[in-house]
Design a protein around this ligand. Sequence first.
Ligand code: AMP
Ligand code: ZN
Length: 452
Amino acid sequence: MSTLSLYNTLSRKKDEFRPLDAKNVRMYVCGPTVYDRPHIGNARSVVIYDVLYRLLTHLYGEKHVTYVRNITDVDDKINAAAKHNGETISALTERVTGWFHDDMAALGCLRPNIEPRATAHIAQMIHIIEQLIANGHAYVSQGHALFRVASFKEYGALSGRKLDDLIAGARIEVESYKEHPGDFVLWKPADAGDDPSSVFESPWGAGRPGWHIECSAMSSTYLGAHFDIHGGGADLMFPHHENEIAQSKCADPAHNHFANYWVHNGFLTVNGEKMSKSLGNFITVKDLLDKGVRGEVIRLVLLSAKYNEPLDWNEKLVSDAKLTLDKWYRSVGNSDLGLGISTSNPQSPIPNPFLNALGDDLNLPKAFSLMHASAPEELFAMGKLLGFFGVSADEWFKGDGDDGDIQAQIDARIEAKKAKNWQKADGIRQNLAKNGIILEDRPDGTTDWRRA
Ligand code: AMP
Ligand code: ZN
């Protein structure tokens, strides 16, 4: 079996991947906070873990991988957005979750095996916080429950930050309820006027959980206290993942484990700056789809750089990816695989050099270069593994551009031929050919078309 190595943020090197249980490989990835439509930076993270998930299922078998990706549906940003829109929190989170599903499906992403929502796991969060308080790792102050960072010797091991730096770097004034500036919120009190669906009862009063505790609770609920891979964007390394580790390890000190491999995807950037809602430099997936950019084209762009390096967005990436996919679909469509390939499984075994490239810390640039040099059958099998070739070659080319207009011209040409106006009929044919549309007349008098 091919091997897999992953750059592990925790060990700061490429580690060979050895699952705790090859019959149940477990991966948790931090999912979206559902307050607005996902942008293509968010999508980069989802698409990258989708490829890792597909690779894991290829290596270990579909039934032997459990992929959990949460939905954060309780958060300050959600409260603020619901208030701003004048809608209830549940209406907002339902709608945005639907958008997220639609947009990620358009990019060819599989759904995770389990997609827990934070609001359905409040009891588990409260339980962990109670454990932390009982064993001295957390305290209650002014309606807040806080994690006591000084109580956890390993704090900072993932991100490489030191507690002393946290004190020195503490911004402006430290909240009065904190013992230490690095202490983070496990539970915060409700504000007057909060939407009741964001307010939960707890032993420390009505309020809502902190973001970090959500992931500790949901990962352990579905994957146990010790699992294989934890993923997310590079921005989550600190404080989010550092805090998840602190909570999860300290809740049950007898069980000093959490995730073995910490994987972080690089940012999608715009002019070198992280794409983000707050900077306003974002493009949503929906914006691109509405402009007629195909989901697979966006997918290829988002996978085109090394997954843990930045990828700077520009329009040329889109046109290049489109040309590549056209080439691949043409190759596959012209081969014996022929028509109707959309749902068939890869016939051809996946070549080892390609699996080795993916197994080498997901070296996608290398994997794509191998695809460029491959025969159609292999190309198809490789593309399928990466979540491409979601439609048949025929659909790919026909779905391009304005089909209605093309059909109208074909109809006009048939009329011209009936009227024996050969010059007009030929003119239409040539005009379409100039635009890359090849016509094929059928014996029954109809005309089929494809892109050149
Ligand atoms: P958020 O909804 O902001 O919590 O982000 C959801 C996921 O998208 C997290 O894993 C983030 O790390 C990731 N993410 C956000 N912005 C970017 C970006 N510009 N490039 C890559 N990943 C991002
Ligand atoms: Zn998380």
